[in-house]
Design a protein around this ligand. Structure first.
Ligand SMILES: [Zn+2]
Ligand SMILES: [Zn+2]
Length: 265
């Protein structure tokens, strides 16, 4: 990325540009699924819903308030990253040809793998008694998650989560498309985990390979029971470190069977 192209903007302008862009992208990820699943299609998707009662206004407004604070903090961090780019601390590649596609895909997958480990570590820290009471409890106030829960964090947690990004950029000269793919993937997985409705096929949690990928029910159990199932993209680290609900495959199957019964009825 050419630092001169950015130098025409002041840091304050970059902050507001980032905040506007972050808000638009996040709204596109969060608002349509919320309207579809909880408002317009609330009767269409009843059989997919994981909780009988719908979230109340109080929960929704709390989630929106904390989401705004999260977006402000993430925009500050993005502005700091721009500052580091302007001053040559971070280099972002932007030239494109078919020859760079394999490299972009490798960077994208590599970022997801490292972020999976990073998120697991931060989440375990957040469940330490001290952090849970003072910080992570904000996210766990949503017992019945909605797409808005995906960005509802205490400011300190929002900061720690997004710190992954400047750390990654300082460690390697990423291609801008790999970064964008990574942001879109992590946002999508985050919203999917908090959708409050499960759309995964019945065999998913017991498939020899796909069972390592998380489902909406997987993260929903974390909100409902409040202790295990910490992973974001995969449950590999939960399995390795013994922080996965052993009854997850049965719970997944039962909920799927339950939703089928509801459809038949
Ligand atoms: Zn948690
Ligand atoms: Zn959550």
């Amino acid at each position: 990325m050419n630092p001169e192209a950015l130098s025409q903007f002041s840091l304050v302008e970059i902050f507001f540009l980032r905040l506007t862009a972050n808000t638009i992208v996040t709204a596109l990820f969060v608002v349509p699924p919320f309207l579809l699943l909880f408002k317009i299609g609330r009767y269409t998707f009843t059989h997919r819903r994981l909780h009988k009662s719908l979230p109340g206004r109080k929960q929704l407004w709390m989630e929106i308030r904390y989401s705004v604070s999260t977006l402000i903090i993430w925009s500050f961090l993005a502005t700091a990253a721009f500052y580091l780019i302007q001053n040559g601390w971070i280099t972002v590649r932007a030239t494109f040809s078919t020859a760079v596609i394999p490299g972009i895909l490798a960077e994208w997958i590599g970022m997801i793998i490292i972020h999976d480990i990073y998120f697991y570590g931060i989440h375990r820290l957040m469940h330490h008694r001290w952090f849970f009471r003072r910080v992570h409890l904000v996210h766990h106030r949503s017992h019945h998650p909605t797409p808005f829960t995906s960005h509802s964090f205490h400011p300190l947690e929002a900061l720690l989560e997004a710190a992954f990004f400047p750390i990654a950029l300082l460690s390697h000269d990423f291609h801008i498309l790999a970064m964008m793919l990574f942001i879109l993937t992590s946002k999508g997985i985050n919203v999917l985990g908090h959708a409050g409705h499960d759309f995964f096929p019945r065999w998913f949690a017991e498939h020899w390979l796909f069972k390592y990928l998380n489902t909406t029910i997987y993260h929903d159990m974390h909100h409902e029971k409040g202790r295990l199932n910490m992973g974001l993209y995969t449950n590999i680290w939960d399995r390795l470190f013994g922080t996965m609900y052993s009854e997850y495959p049965e719970v997944f199957r039962e909920r799927k069977e339950g939703s089928r019964e509801e459809v038949k009825a």
